[in-house]
Design a binder for this molecule. Structure first.
Ligand SMILES: NC(=O)c1ccc[n+]([C@@H]2O[C@H](COP(=O)([O-])OP(=O)(O)OC[C@H]3O[C@@H](n4cnc5c(N)ncnc54)[C@H](OP(=O)(O)O)[C@@H]3O)[C@@H](O)[C@H]2O)c1
Length: 295
């Protein structure tokens, strides 16, 4: 396993287990299974409704809490200074821990950016109080970062964004790199391009891409492993989701091969420039319908 060093010196394992859409009843088993094969980073969110089960999986595994990097996200209905301080209590209460390794804002709210700023200022307080080891953001475009940096003191350690071979976000990666922010890839094996959901089944799945299939065959690996290796070689944090023990193990088995420059260039060239997930600048009133329960 490789560690990445964040801009405040804290280290983060390069592969983490994602748990978006992991049903609560399967989440504890998935976390337990991941920790047993060597994962030491879990990415959850208040909005996923499974923080409690992530904590349960951690305890079930027997792995020391201090050896696991726990990351979670504050949902938009908990933005605001006092609300976000309280969101930390809700998250840690459900996870059953006293501190978090990384706490990030799940989305910018462009129409109420002052609330986003107030939420981030609460993250800064949690950081200086030693309650979280690092803070960051998710789904921030370069202009959101610019405004955040103008109005706050601590540069985010991480920006978690949609990033897979069909949507590689060069502008976001450039902006992150310019500020020393680690780009963390969500849907790193293209989940957003194929998992069932409100987007329908007709979309083209990056998992079936012929370039990836060819490169995978050349290494005796799977397309998922090639996508994760491509992310790791670019210095990104990747957080593939699975609740299936065999696929959880498969997604971690990526440290014994290397893509050459030509293979990396072929994968880079698959970018369509079309995102699969929501545009962070588009107002989404549905976001505000979700309330995060108390611990
Ligand atoms: N910040 C945000 O707004 C945001 C948005 C989306 C996601 N995320 C985070 O990023 C994580 C990963 O993203 P994601 O869940 O959207 O997509 P993903 O990890 O790219 O893909 C997950 C999908 O791939 C399947 N899968 C997993 N391993 C596989 C393999 N080796 N071969 C074939 N299929 C495989 C999973 O099904 P099985 O479970 O059945 O294996 C699931 O349907 C999330 O869980 C979450 O933590 C964040």
């Amino acid at each position: 396993m490789i560690d990445l060093t964040l801009n405040n010196g804290v280290t983060l394992p390069t592969i983490g287990l994602g748990v978006f859409q992991s049903p609560p009843e399967e989440t504890a088993a998935a976390v337990d299974s991941a920790l047993r094969v060597g994962y030491r980073h879990i990415d959850t969110a208040a909005a996923y409704g499974n923080e409690r089960e992530v904590g349960e999986g951690l305890r079930r595994s027997g792995v020391d809490r201090d050896d696991v990097f726990l990351e979670t996200k504050v949902w938009v209905t908990d933005y605001g200074y006092d609300q976000t301080l309280h969101a930390f209590d809700k998250a840690t209460g459900k996870l059953g821990v006293s501190t978090l390794d990384l706490l990030i804002l799940h989305q910018p709210i462009p129409s109420r950016f002052e609330t986003t700023i107030a939420a981030y200022k609460a993250l800064e307080t949690l950081l200086s109080d030693g309650k979280v080891r690092a803070i960051g953001v998710s789904n921030f475009l370069p202009h959101h970062l610019d405004r955040l940096l103008q109005e706050t003191d601590v540069i985010p350690a991480v920006n978690q964004v949609e990033l897979h071979p069909y949507f590689t976000q060069p502008e976001v990666r450039r902006a992150d790199a310019a500020h020393g922010i680690l780009t963390q890839a969500w849907s790193p094996i293209g989940g957003i391009t194929f998992y069932p959901g409100p987007w329908g089944d007709e979309r083209r799945s990056v998992m079936d891409d012929t370039t990836l299939t060819e490169i995978a065959r050349a290494h005796g690996k799977t397309p998922a492993q090639v996508m994760l290796r491509w992310g790791i070689q670019a210095g990104r944090s990747v957080i593939p989701k699975s609740t299936n023990p065999a696929r959880i193990a498969e997604n971690f088995d990526v440290f014994d091969f290397e893509l050459d420059g030509e293979q990396v260039a072929r994968i880079d060239a698959l970018d369509t420039g079309v995102r699969g997930g929501p545009d962070p600048d588009e107002p989404r009133e549905a976001f505000f319908a979700r309330e995060i329960p108390e611990a």
